[in-house]
Design a protein around this ligand. Structure first.
Ligand code: CAO
Length: 416
């Protein structure tokens, strides 16, 4: 079967998490991703969070599937010449160096355009143009600067970062979309372009509803936040709302059977208006169906804590899976809090290729997250991440057309 991005060559100058997430997705969709790494060193994550001595870490392997690795010193004269040829050959250059690093290597946007006017140059940076554009940024800095941390956590606690890597992987996703759009535009214009996905902007995009609430605050209290029903006044900014949904359908995390010993024996329960009557029956509160104090969504808003308290009395008598089994057929939206252990063992995720077992020559078998986007005409086969420089000679010969003698000279120069 052909793949959506067959024939596309990506010059992958990414490292750590944000950029590699993007190029891994493009590789899964069929692009030939050539990961350029410093000779003898490679992506720093290869040797971070090491669990199997001598093997590439899971941090690296889980972000670099389906790529080829080329070692190249881009600051060495021969290395620069090789890189120039790669720029001419490839369709997209993806990078997430610290600001200015590519310019310092001698590969400014102007120079890249000179070498290949069709080149799409895609970058992740911590911040867009402005006072912080020169800053180095990691995941949690982006979560804080993008509005996520200030709106995550409980009202009486400090700001919280979330385990979902919205700064790194979230930005990688944004960049991948920018690249595919630029490729489509190139079909019409024949020209490449720069694509920039700043981490602050990407996090903010994912926190869009919290900026919505910031503006709603100017017109009165946020009635969907339980603090309103508790009589706690709002400050100037969108508050942390714990596990409140804060949206049009109130929801909360509730204890389930076994919560005393199992940290994940909880469910998310949504009191969707359309199924309120069924909820009343399930929790044995039929009198709430007609009671004007409870019968309408606006009437319920001021009593959310009490309502969820009653629902929790019921969920505590059931496991999180029983809650799901009872509520789903009634169209009541609920979701078990699944641990990573449970997710790793979930058969349906294995069947769809979202959890995949991969074999690696240094570390043996390990689990990874496969491609979360499913294209019906472009199947994904997850292959292991490359060893450092595993494909150097292959790429020099097949992609750049160097002869065996020329490859030997490149090795002698110390460029690879
Ligand atoms: N050959 C020669 N030199 C190379 C090279 C190669 N193949 N690959 C990288 N280098 C050099 C770079 O040119 C740079 O040199 P200069 O400092 O002289 O310009 C140097 O290696 C270090 O690059 P860096 O500054 O990007 O790396 P760092 O570890 O110091 O910083 C990070 C890491 C992530 C903070 C920074 O890259 C960054 O802010 N990136 C943008 C935001 C981002 O993506 N953050 C997410 C990180 S987690 O996904």
């Amino acid at each position: 079967m052909s793949k959506a991005l067959d024939g596309l060559k990506i010059l992958d100058f990414t490292h750590v998490q944000s950029g590699p997430t993007c190029t891994q997705l493009l590789a899964w969709m069929g692009a030939d991703v050539i990961k350029v790494e410093r000779p003898g060193v490679g992506d720093a994550t290869r040797k971070q969070l090491v669990d199997v001595e001598g093997a590439d870490s899971l941090y690296f392997t889980m972000l670099n599937h389906n790529k080829r690795s080329l070692t190249l010193n881009s600051k060495n004269e021969t290395g620069k010449k090789v890189l120039e040829r790669l720029v001419k050959e490839c369709d997209v250059l993806v990078e997430n160096f610290a600001p200015g690093a590519l310019d310092r290597m001698g590969f400014s946007w102007e120079r890249i355009q000179e070498l290949n006017p069709r080149m799409i140059m895609a970058s992740v940076k911590g911040f867009g143009p402005g006072p912080y554009e020169d800053c180095k940024v990691y995941e949690n800095v982006a979560q804080c600067a993008g509005g996520s941390a200030s709106t995550t956590g409980f009202r009486d606690g400090p700001p919280l970062v979330t385990g979902a890597q919205i700064g790194d992987s979230g930005t990688g996703l944004h960049l991948a979309l920018g690249i595919t759009a630029a490729l489509l535009q190139r079909e019409k214009t024949g020209r490449g372009q720069k694509v920039l996905a700043p981490m602050q902007d990407s996090v903010l995009n994912l926190c869009r509803v919290k900026l919505r609430d910031q503006q709603r605050l100017q017109h009165g209290p946020l009635k969907e936040y339980t603090q309103d029903g508790e009589g706690v006044e709002f400050g100037e900014a969108t508050p942390r709302a714990g596990n409140d949904s804060g949206g049009g359908q109130p929801g909360k995390i509730l204890k389930c059977k076994g919560w005393e010993t199992d940290p994940n024996a909880y469910t998310y329960f949504i009191t969707q208006a359309a199924v309120w009557q069924k909820i009343c029956d399930v929790i044995d509160k039929p009198e709430w169906k007609e009671d004007p104090e409870y019968a309408t969504p606006p009437a319920r808003l001021t009593k959310l804590n009490g309502i969820f308290g009653e629902i929790e009395k019921w969920t505590m008598t059931k496991t999180k899976y029983e809650v799901m089994d009872i509520c789903n057929p009634l169209d009541i939206p609920v979701g078990p809090i699944l641990s990573m252990k449970e997710i790793a063992e979930e058969p349906s995720l294995r069947e769809t290729g979202t959890i995949v077992e991969v074999d690696h020559p240094e570390r043996g078998k390990y689990l990874t997250v496969g491609c979360p986007i499913k294209l019906s005409d472009s199947e994904v086969e997850v292959t292991r991440s490359p060893l450092l420089g595993e494909h150097t000679d292959e790429i020099l010969a097949d992609v750049l057309g160097y002869s065996a003698d020329e490859i030997a000279e490149i090795h002698e120069s110390g460029a690879v």
